[in-house]
Design a protein around this ligand. Sequence first.
Ligand SMILES: [Ca+2]
Ligand SMILES: [Ca+2]
Length: 229
Amino acid sequence: MVLDMLDSPRKIGMAAGTVAFMFLFPMYFAWMPLADEDLVTGGSSGQGEWLVSFSESESIFEESTVLEDGDTHMTEFTVGIEDLGDMEIGFIELIIQCNDDDDPGPGFSDSVEGVSDLLDVEGHSSGHIQDQDDEGTCMGGNGGFTMRWDVTTNYTGESFSIASSQKTIYETWNDNGYGIGVWSATISAEINSAPVVGGFVDSDEDFDITWRMITYELVIEESVVEPAE
Ligand SMILES: [Ca+2]
Ligand SMILES: [Ca+2]
């Protein structure tokens, strides 16, 4: 039987490979815990109970503009592939803030509208990243509006435990290469002013524009069950 199995050089080679693997197998598993620390995907052997968390970094671009009634302002935020390195994009926000305190009393609030133009952003053509429009008033504190895009689907940044394979976790939590490119939006101002003796007191408004990007590295650790006390 054995001689029959090894009746060709090719089969002999395969048998030798099998023996080598049987010998190396314990070494492979001795090495695995180290590999996990370095976040090396273990394929199907990565199956287990894992604590998944997100090591986040924040990138901010800010500018301000003063707009009169009907004025518009275009703002851009460029995400380069070289800026990301090994990081994945969690989400990107466009925050428009204003605080109209130019009028002597309530009412006559200025307001702002905004519309994004994401034609040049990776993931727009497939519909994963979609344009938005929004508006907000400027009086009463916390004026303006915020747009948010989850580049990683359903991103929250909160850690969780899961029984899964590491491969599945990596395949679920990534930005799929989306988000690279030039994020653009245009805001337009509407100025309302209380008519007072001698003319109008409010002729314009300050707008603070913030692009905020949260990127992350996935951290996968073995989930340790706390012993009951
Ligand atoms: Ca006003
Ligand atoms: Ca104003």
